[in-house]
Design a binder for this molecule. Structure first.
Ligand code: C5P
Length: 405
């Protein structure tokens, strides 16, 4: 979000309504939010207009409702840009399965999808659909794409559905959506990490053995990238040092791609003097080959012995600096999670260590986290990594303020 945008667009919500019975709840939502001092600009899809009349939303919000991409009343004929620039936040409620599919694929064939694609502000969606449509792999695939793109997904809830079936897919109630919008505006009011410089390491490292082979691990980089994204959302200037992954980096200040632990250490050491908070998420290989063959090692019937030497511990190197930044470590354990993690926190001198079970977390889109700090243990129940990352950033910011680094 640009500075000018964030200053002028405070507490102005663009309420998008797509086609679904739950559209009736948006009338109450508009009423509650307007009473709470949020101004609302409503944009409805053609299907939404079949469920609730634009006049209802116009009356409740006091603003004309937009439905048409080709509305010639827009001064410059660019309603999609004008409306999205004025918004401090966009909430699409209900978000139908069809709307979610379009959004996930960057389609823009009506006013609301075009506004969402052209936005430079946070986007929240409240899905509402039949339980089978919700659990369909296509819908779930689209939702995980949206989560990765930083879209916040509110609900849905389980319960009685308009079609007579019972299950997951009911849109959240107006009061719950109103609270989520208020909360999102509060976060936007005071970016937690404004003026802070954050360095995140992510992904695996790759330790060459010969010209074509190497040692690596199954880390996907998803948690590190999610943390980098959450830190950007919290207003930090983020540097991401990433081992080899298939992920597109979020909009960070700087992204440095590395291969080996040595490269990663070098990149971190180059950046670290400027850094306030160091979040070491990378799954750095513990060992590397003592010698790297410049040629491909030839296959033979003989036993091949590989001599491995330990890699530098990047996190320990940083946390043992004379005046280290606030250091956060990660521990992926296969057993005795709390005991091993607590030991690691002490050994590496970390104010905060985040532990998870390697078999659950590696490569997955979700994780369950155990946070260990000077105040004890704090659990984050299983949730998408981007949501965990946002919780973690709040936790890190609170600890950082306490320690007054
Ligand atoms: O000791 P262990 O590898 O389990 O510690 C994990 C934590 O230490 C992670 O935060 C990881 O990023 C960091 N680490 C590191 N350099 C290493 C090994 C681990 O920075 N060589």
């Amino acid at each position: 979000m640009t500075m000018q945008h964030s200053l002028t667009a405070k507490k102005h919500l663009l309420l998008g309504i797509s086609g679904g019975v739950a559209a009736y709840k948006t009338a109450e939502l508009a009423r509650v939010l307007t009473q709470d001092g949020i101004t609302i600009q409503t944009v409805m899809t053609a299907a939404a207009c079949r469920f609730i009349g634009p006049v209802t939303l116009q009356s409740l919000t006091g603003n004309a409702v937009y439905t048409d991409l080709w509305d010639t009343n827009a001064a410059n004929n660019m309603a999609h840009i004008n409306l999205s620039r004025q918004a401090g936040m966009i909430l699409v409620a209900p978000a139908s399965a069809d709307f979610i599919a379009k959004l996930a694929n960057g389609m823009a064939d009506d006013l609301l999808t075009t506004i969402c694609l052209a936005r430079d502000c946070p986007l929240l969606i409240a899905p509402a659909m039949n339980r089978q449509m919700w659990s369909n792999p296509a819908t779930q695939r689209n939702l995980s794409l949206l989560r990765r793109d930083g879209v916040t997904i509110l609900g849905p809830a389980a319960g009685q559905q308009a079609c007579g079936e019972t299950g997951m897919g009911r849109m959240l109630e107006a009061s719950e959506l109103a609270e989520a919008v208020q909360q999102a505006f509060r976060v936007d009011d005071a970016p937690l990490l404004r003026n802070k410089k954050v360095l995140v390491t992510a992904g695996p490292t790759f330790e060459a053995i010969d010209a074509v082979r190497g040692l690596t691990n199954k880390s996907s980089g998803k948690m590190g990238y999610a943390l980098a994204q959450a830190a950007v959302e919290a207003g930090a200037e983020v540097t991401l040092v990433s081992g080899p992954t298939c992920l597109l980096p979020p909009a960070v200040h700087k992204c440095i791609e590395v291969i080996s632990a040595d490269d990663m250490l070098h990149a971190v050491e180059t950046e670290i003097s400027q850094i306030d908070i160091f979040i070491s998420v990378a799954a750095v290989a513990d060992y590397r080959a003592a010698t790297i063959s410049q040629h491909k090692i030839k296959k033979s019937d003989e036993k091949l012995t590989l001599e491995l030497i330990p890699n530098p511990d990047i996190l320990s190197t940083v946390s043992h600096l004379p005046s280290p930044p606030f250091c956060v470590g990660f521990a992926a354990e296969t057993d005795q999670l709390e005991k091993n993690a607590a030991l690691k926190r002490r050994r590496k001198k970390l104010p905060l260590l985040v532990a998870n079970l390697a078999q659950d977390a590696i490569g997955s889109d979700e994780s369950e986290l155990m946070l260990l700090d000077d105040h004890g243990k704090h659990m984050l129940a299983k949730a998408p990594k981007i949501e965990q990352a946002r919780h973690l950033i709040k936790h890190i910011s609170a600890l950082y303020e306490l320690k007054k680094y």
